[in-house]
Design a protein around this ligand. Structure first.
Ligand SMILES: [Zn+2]
Length: 108
């Protein structure tokens, strides 16, 4: 990848791609995934309770708790990964670079 030259330092040495979109995407994705994970948690709880119910009422409660936790965790981590990829695409589309020396933003 060709890096643009900083208009201030006239060097491409300190110029790096801006990762703002990735950071934002990961954060938003984790939150969105967490919300989706809640739906997954409810589904996981029902599935866990159904499995646990074979072992009696205690099994149903334990199964529901484990299933709910699993669903929420899977949702949040998957959401973060998706958000990162979305943010990466946005970063690439924006083509924004930042000079690490003088903090000038460069439109590539
Ligand atoms: Zn610079």
């Amino acid at each position: 990848m060709v890096r643009p030259i900083c208009p201030k330092c006239h060097s491409s040495e300190f110029v790096v791609e801006s990762r703002t979109g990735k950071k934002v995407g990961t954060g938003v994705g984790t939150v969105a995934g967490g919300v989706a994970g809640y739906t997954g948690a409810v589904g996981g709880m029902e599935a866990g309770a159904a499995i646990g119910s074979f072992l009696g009422p205690v099994g149903a409660i334990a199964g529901g708790a484990i299933g709910g936790l699993m669903g929420a965790l899977v949702g949040a981590s998957a959401g973060g990964a998706v958000g990162y990829k979305v943010g990466e695409s946005i970063d690439e589309a924006r083509m924004v670079y930042v000079c690490n020396k003088c903090h000038t933003e460069i439109q590539g």
